[in-house]
Write a protein that binds this ligand. Structure first.
Ligand SMILES: [Fe+2]
Length: 197
């Protein structure tokens, strides 16, 4: 997985994140400080060109480029087919920065409107939707309910997560019509070596 840092723009990005993680005292400050670095990365047209060769992540997958050995943050990508519809979900205790590299994606945000007292029951209401193209970065805090929707063309996003997903980090998937939720461990992590050609 460390081979991913052979791509210079990606290596610089990882160095920036490591410096931020070392300098900032808490995860919220780190994620906020990392936002401009991700904005610069996803504006890189060479990386966008490389991403044309990345495989689809259909079927609940994430490409996993990098996990930091000292700080634990993870860098993923998602590659969506045209017209991909995402279900509302949260990322459990993880913080997520989500940056569009290619194509167009929309981020829907939802409010929880029931009192949470009934296990398995959840009523949610969409509160906003923002549509982004290359360079757009969104910060999603822990337990925030949202959905990522694809556009009319293939789209690619780069994701910084405060921790690698899976294992003990439980996420929730919501069904707004049935007013239910399920708990699950999140997308499968597919190690992928980012190489320059
Ligand atoms: Fe998400």
């Amino acid at each position: 997985m460390m081979a991913s840092v052979q791509v210079p723009v990606f290596a610089k990005f990882v160095d920036e994140l490591r410096a931020i993680w070392a300098a900032q005292p808490d995860i919220e400050s780190r994620m906020e400080a990392a936002k401009p670095s991700l904005e610069r990365l996803v504006r890189d047209d060479d990386l966008k060109g490389l991403s044309a060769g990345w495989p689809s992540t259909e079927g609940g997958k994430n490409l996993l480029f990098y996990v930091d050995p000292d700080h634990g943050f993870a860098i993923n990508a998602v590659v969506r087919v045209p017209g991909r519809r995402g279900r509302p979900h949260d990322h459990g205790a993880a913080w997520v920065l989500y940056g569009v590299l290619d194509g167009q994606e929309s981020l829907e945000r939802y409010d929880r409107v029931d009192d949470g007292s009934e296990p398995g029951h959840a009523e949610i209401r969409m509160s906003s939707v923002t549509t982004g193209t290359q360079g757009k970065v969104d910060l999603v805090p822990p337990h925030d309910i949202h959905a990522e929707q694809g556009g009319s063309v293939r789209s690619v996003a780069i994701i910084i997560r405060s921790q690698k997903l899976g294992g003990s980090n439980i996420q929730r998937g919501f069904d707004p019509v049935a007013k239910t939720y399920v708990e699950r461990s999140g997308p499968s992590q597919i190690p992928y070596e980012l190489t320059a050609g």
